[in-house]
Design a protein around this ligand. Structure first.
Ligand SMILES: Nc1ncnc2c1ncn2[C@@H]1O[C@H](COP(=O)(O)OP(=O)(O)OP(=O)(O)O)[C@@H](O)[C@H]1O
Length: 255
């Protein structure tokens, strides 16, 4: 069997008596973009929190490649290459957008916040950081303090910081939520770019069916914490169960 880049085995978490994620066994391959869908409260975000290490499972295991990472902290998982959009609470609010990304690049290169650093290496770090701002179309905001960013730009910054981590597994939780119709395509194109790299694995939680259709190589469906469908987009979208689940969605999103 080819080794999956990420795998969960009987993954379960209970809050009180309620299993928010229930015995989810699923493997994700490099080069594949999997969209995770399901109605509100299905367990999608909780599944992400278990994979990225924000939550510890009640039972079950998580593997990255052949390594059991179930016991690793969230930061150890990030270092191992599991990248989830940074929480903006980790930022330095008084510093500019560019400086924040530069610090993330510096950390990724294994350089601490050292005061004395050659001008040349500093310029290299800044250039790399600026490239991530270009990729997310945030150049115009480079000099602004992060606290001054409107919501859409904050979401882009989360993704610029994720790029700085250079993960091999990318996790996006509704990356275009709250973005304007002008802003969302930039992020979707960027995800397309990442997907072209066959070494990368992408997991995407998404509600918008047009986005799901255009990006997914594969769709998995969570419902009441359980994995209820897994397959090619057309097959999964056609399943009566999935149509039932999505009946409550806005008309333009329904399959
Ligand atoms: N920390 C927690 N304590 C108690 N219950 C929780 C906790 N986190 C999640 N839950 C519950 O677990 C279930 C799954 O929630 P989750 O947020 O993962 O769903 P979701 O599929 O991401 O939904 P949405 O699409 O609305 O974001 C819900 O019933 C939720 O109330």
């Amino acid at each position: 069997m080819t080794s999956a880049s990420l795998r969960t085995e009987d993954l379960t978490i209970r809050f009180g008596g309620h299993a928010a994620v229930n015995m989810v066994t699923c493997a994700f391959k490099a080069g594949e973009l999997t969209v995770i869908v399901g109605p509100n409260g299905a367990g999608k975000t909780t599944y992400f929190n278990l994979i990225s290490g924000q939550l510890k499972p009640s039972s079950g295991r998580i593997f990255k490649g052949d390594d059991d990472i179930t016991a690793l902290s969230a930061s150890a998982r990030a270092k191992s290459g599991i990248g989830r959009a940074f929480q903006l609470t980790n930022l330095f609010p008084q510093l500019s957008v560019l400086e924040n990304v530069r610090l993330a690049v510096q950390a990724q290169h294994g350089l601490g916040p050292v005061i004395f650093r050659s001008a040349r290496s500093f310029a290299n770090l800044r250039d790399e950081a600026y490239a991530y701002l270009e990729a997310t179309r945030l150049q115009a905001a480079a000099a602004l303090p992060v606290t001054a960013l409107p919501h859409g730009d904050q979401r882009k910054l989360e993704i610029a910081l994720l790029l700085a981590l250079k993960p091999d597994i990318f996790m996006f939780d509704e990356p275009t939520a709250g973005m304007s119709v002008d802003e969302a395509p930039v992020i979707l194109e960027l995800i397309e770019e990442i997907r072209k790299d066959t070494g990368k694995t992408i997991l995407l939680v998404e509600h918008k069916m047009d986005v799901v259709r255009s990006l997914a190589d594969r769709i998995i469906v969570l419902h009441n914490g359980e994995l209820v469908a897994d397959g090619m987009p057309d097959e999964v979208i056609a399943l009566p169960l999935v149509r039932d689940i999505y009946l409550g969605m806005p008309a333009e999103d329904a399959a």
